[in-house]
Ligand binder design. Structure first.
Ligand SMILES: C[S@@+](CC[C@H](N)C(=O)[O-])C[C@H]1O[C@@H](n2cnc3c(N)ncnc32)[C@H](O)[C@@H]1O
Length: 227
């Protein structure tokens, strides 16, 4: 897994990740905007855990929206996290951030977090039992009642609509100049259906899992950590 990540999210990708995904900005804007509302009632000085923080897209949005909050950013791809750290310094928010380069299960225990994000991460975790373990790790780090917001590529692969939506998804990237090979949806990612995702997150230690977002293949849920 680490090798795949180092290859997929290497220094070259970290440098061009933001610009190469610029066509996804309307999707990200809608997602981040709703996430801001979902996190609005947290304490002013809440501490958020961002797993798979990448180059820091959700960090920058949330840090701007909530100037009193603190963030712990976790990512096993060192180059992606280095870029995130660089941007945090440039934006003057680094003093509110803690960076951990590695997997969440390797991070030392901390005070439980008030909330967590996992944006466009878990579809890279191929066996579903490992994906459940990933969400269990997040649940373990949260206070009871804390909120997790996650978004992932998700679709029912058995549905008649699957081939069609994949074509539209690939076209969306190709129109933006990316040479996307449609086979990556099968070979490099693991698309679970929305109902599988909902059950999997619930089984990981969340009392409610609520769908709030969809843009083509991307689905988003917010979940409340069980007591
Ligand atoms: C598509 S990027 C998304 C980055 C960011 N969340 C965003 O929305 O722009 C996926 C990120 O998840 C990280 N990742 C993949 N598997 C992970 C895992 N098991 N735990 C934590 N991060 C992981 C990758 O290294 C990469 O930086």
């Amino acid at each position: 897994m680490q090798n795949i990540l180092d290859k997929a999210f290497n220094t070259d990708m970290a440098a061009r990740y933001d610009s190469s995904r610029a066509h996804m900005q309307p999707l990200k804007d809608a997602l981040h905007w709703q996430m801001q509302a979902l996190f609005a009632s947290l304490p002013e000085d809440a501490h958020l855990l961002c797993v798979g923080a990448g180059t820091g897209e959700e960090l920058l949005y949330l840090a701007r929206a909530f100037p009193g909050r603190h963030f712990t950013l976790v990512d096993p791809a060192a180059a992606m996290l280095a870029r995130c750290q660089q941007k945090a310094h440039q934006q003057g928010i680094a003093q509110r951030c803690t960076f951990f380069s590695g997997y969440l299960h390797d991070m030392q225990d901390t005070t439980p977090f008030d909330a967590a994000t996992s944006i466009l991460v878990s579809h890279f975790i191929l066996p579903l039992n490992e994906r459940r373990a990933y969400y269990r790790q997040i649940a373990r780090r949260l206070k009871p009642g804390a909120i997790l917001v996650n978004a992932d590529l998700s679709w029912d692969r058995q549905a008649a609509s699957f081939a069609d939506i994949c074509q539209h998804w690939v076209a969306l990237h190709q129109q933006a100049g990316m040479s996307t090979d449609p086979s990556y949806l099968n070979d490099q990612l693991s698309l679970a259906s929305p109902s599988q995702m909902q059950s999997l997150i619930k089984a990981a230690g969340f009392s409610t899992v609520t769908p709030f977002f969809q843009a083509m293949l991307v689905h988003g849920w917010y979940s409340i950590r069980a007591d």
